[in-house]
Design a protein around this ligand. Structure first.
Ligand SMILES: Cc1ncc(COP(=O)(O)O)c(C=O)c1O
Length: 496
């Protein structure tokens, strides 16, 4: 529930103070969205926005198949999972079929936070350990139990880090402790986790879990180096802990070649618990934890039943099934590969042209543009990133900026994003960066703030074509070593 200090009317709120209980995109000039279709959103004046932000509307906003399935089940029955129902069984079967065989027990929840909270309970029950290792800048949800393990939140708030929480360095080979020139960044980052475990154990503490997103999103679109997860899993399991892969943002085929992002790290890496949410219901609140039989049996044998009033209800499962059908029918994974490759190519060309672009990284339709003030020091261009997202909004393109310095432009659009959309977005970005760089150059201090006036300049931008396009897949680009091809996993840095 979102309470506002002012009148609950977006127009009335423009330019005014919005209460802290409601954080909106583009707070200085928020948009009121009235309807959406596919990868487009429309405001109250009918202005169309290309949605590059929304990884929740996974198969496209208001997809007719999903809408139909929801309404059909809603008309027939919705009740809690204390009754037998085919939908929950069918959905659990379909989900587990996408995962390695050992991940065979599903618990349905209503949000990613609930899923991660339950994952922590399962992990702690498994061996009776309490401590959790999390990555720096990670976000895993809004419940108390998750704020505690989310440095993205607790480091900004007044909360101090709890004793049972251990923060490992983010395996970021662009800006992190070990970079792309390190001879083995994966091992170096995994060794940091091992050190944390040894240090905790020397103080009598016991590791219950290591939790990480398979690709870190709020942390700045970070793709861990190949081999990192395998090595971490070894250290953690040796300490009696389990590996939790948070796929709440990055699951359901966003990575393109793989349905789950953890799978791009190779067949020899299987987490003990996988959590999923956001894209799962295309906007409907449904989420899930999947784990092994052994972990599930330990949990139930302790006598604590798991019950969740709405989790796994027939409507949520019907929605989830419809989403899976659409991903398959429309080959959205193939689209993520094709359009993601094309978009990255366009962005690499922009990187060669614009000094503000320090790094382009990503997989499938999960891409980050790291803006920097200078290439050598990689100083984050935070104000510039904010300026760019506001200017892009004016041009009808919705982007967000995140990461510890809020300088990484995040691209994670609905999976029906087309090559025309990619070109449209990049052409606008090109125009905005060109003007911004001119302004920055002419200012002796090279400083730009969010209020810097951006001179308008005629920029030729092609309008996207609404039809679908069949276009070539770029085979030449090996993205972040994450192709199904095992050879590429040898690359030191999962980098394009
Ligand atoms: C990686 C990750 N995990 C968990 C969550 C929590 O999901 P929810 O907001 O559905 O509770 C989020 C939400 O942004 C997330 O990004």
């Amino acid at each position: 529930m979102c309470e506002l200090y002012s009148k609950p009317d977006t127009l009335a709120l423009r330019g005014k103070h919005i209460g802290p209980s409601c954080k909106v995109f583009f707070a200085a000039d928020p948009i009121k969205i009235m309807r959406a279709q596919g990868q487009y959103m429309f405001d109250e004046k009918g202005q169309r926005y290309l949605d590059c932000i929304n990884n929740v509307a996974h198969v496209g906003h208001c997809h007719p198949e999903v809408v139909k399935a929801t309404a059909k089940q809603m008309e027939l029955l919705n009740t809690n999972s204390r009754f037998l129902h085919d939908n929950i069984v069918e959905y659990a079967k379909r989900l587990t079929a996408t995962l390695p065989q050992t991940l065979s027990v599903c618990y349905f929840t209503n949000s990613g936070s609930e899923a991660n909270d339950l994952a922590l309970r399962l992990a702690r029950q498994f061996r009776g350990h309490q401590d959790v290792i999390t990555l720096d800048h990670a976000y895993h949800g809004h419940l108390t139990s998750l704020i505690e393990i989310s440095p993205y939140k607790f480091q900004k708030g007044k909360d101090v880090k709890k004793e049972f929480v251990h923060v490992a360095p983010t395996p970021d080979t662009y800006r992190g402790k070990y970079r792309e020139d390190h001879e083995d960044a994966a091992t170096a980052y995994a060794d940091e986790v091992e050190k944390i475990i040894e240090d905790a154990q020397s103080r009598g503490r016991k590791i219950a879990a290591f939790i990480a997103e398979s690709m870190q999103s709020c942390g700045g679109q970070i793709i861990p180096p190949a081999g990192y997860f395998q090595k971490v899993a070894e250290h953690v399991r040796r300490a009696g802990g389990v590996f939790i892969a948070d796929e709440v943002q990055v699951g359901f085929g966003r990575a393109g070649r793989h349905f789950w992002s953890f799978q791009m790290h190779g067949k020899d890496f299987i987490p003990d618990i996988v959590t999923m949410g956001k894209p799962m219901g295309n906007g409907h609140p449904v989420a899930c934890v999947v784990t092994t039989k052994e972990i599930a049996e330990t949990f139930s044998s302790a006598g604590m039943e798991y019950f969740n009033t709405y989790g796994g209800n027939p409507v949520s499962c019907a929605v989830g099934l419809a989403v899976l059908d659409v991903i398959e029918k429309e080959n959205l994974q193939g689209n993520a590969v094709r359009v993601g490759n094309y978009l990255t190519e366009l962005l690499e060309a922009q990187k060669a042209k614009h000094p503000l672009i320090g790094d382009i990284r990503g997989v499938g339709l999960f891409i980050g543009i790291d803006l920097v003030k200078d290439h050598e020091k990689r100083t984050p261009a935070t104000a510039e990133a904010q300026h760019v997202i506001y200017k892009m909004k004016e041009e009808g393109v919705l982007l967000s900026a995140d990461g510890p310095y809020r300088n990484v432009l995040k691209i994670k659009p609905p999976m029906c994003f087309t090559e025309e959309d990619a070109k449209f977005m990049v052409d606008h970005l090109d125009g905005i960066l060109t003007v911004l760089e001119e302004v920055t150059e002419t200012k002796s201090d090279g400083v730009i703030s969010e209020n810097t006036v951006c001179r308008t300049k005629e920029v030729h931008v092609e309008q996207p074509n609404h039809g679908t396009t069949e276009s070539r897949e770029n085979h030449s680009r090996k993205r972040n070593g994450v192709c199904s091809d095992q050879r590429t996993l040898l690359s030191k840095r999962l980098k394009t």
